[in-house]
Design a binder for this molecule. Structure first.
Ligand code: SAH
Length: 194
């Protein structure tokens, strides 16, 4: 995806820009909502063959599509499992975790991310971050339950301990159809905290 120079980046483009600036060769990363596998491939290309990417999805079609897209990449593991289990699957010390909420385009629209499991997964994700690491969450408000999920996620992000984390929220204010929003959380560098 190319970023046009003369417009604000879309939520997903900004997520990619933020992740690209801190994820590199040999790092570990999680795609918490594998979907069609585009972000898994993006993360795998940044960490390279010496890194590791875990991709999770609860939908078999998504797991199949992501495995197919990343078939040639040994650094990628794709699991049919909920993202709320990521700490158990992958342990501590990841550099980046990406979430893309809502439903899989072209997939089963009843399989959507839900506030309870999303919040559990986010809580796990920030605790897995190494200093300087980042969690990005693309948020959707257009589908049933999307506004409630977005509000729950933003409410959670506001309560994070500022000595350990910094959270930001990016959203378009005057667009009619409520385009996706972005939440990003970084784990502060130990040396930078007071
Ligand atoms: N709305 C995005 C795509 C979101 S895909 C877009 O327009 O591009 C969201 C993915 O999350 C779906 O593939 C869905 O199966 C998956 N999902 C739902 N609940 C999940 C959970 N608990 N753990 C992991 N993945 C989940």
């Amino acid at each position: 995806m190319t970023d046009a120079a003369n417009r604000f980046p879309r939520a997903l483009e900004l997520a990619h820009t933020l992740v690209r600036s801190r994820l590199g060769a040999g790092h570990r990363a999680v795609d918490a909502t594998a979907g069609n596998g585009h972000d898994t491939l993006f993360l795998a290309s940044l960490v390279g063959s010496s890194g590791q990417v875990l991709a999770l999805d609860v939908q078999e079609d998504a797991v199949r599509a992501t495995r197919a897209r990343c078939a040639a990449l040994d650094q990628v593991r794709v699991m049919l499992a909920g993202h709320e289990t990521m700490a158990r699957q992958f342990g501590e010390q990841v550099r980046a975790v990406m979430f893309n909420l809502g439903y899989l385009p072209g997939g089963e629209k009843t399989v959507i991310t839900r506030p309870e499991t999303t919040l559990a997964a986010l809580g796990a994700a920030v605790e897995m971050l190494e200093p300087g690491g980042i969690v990005t969450v693309v948020l959707y408000t257009g589908h049933e339950g999307g506004r409630e999920e977005t509000d729950a996620v933003l409410g959670w992000a506001q309560t994070l301990d500022q000595a350990r984390f910094t959270s930001i929220h990016y959203r378009f204010l005057n667009q009619r159809h409520g385009p996706p929003e972005l939440l990003a959380v970084e784990r502060r560098d130990a040396a930078a905290s007071l």
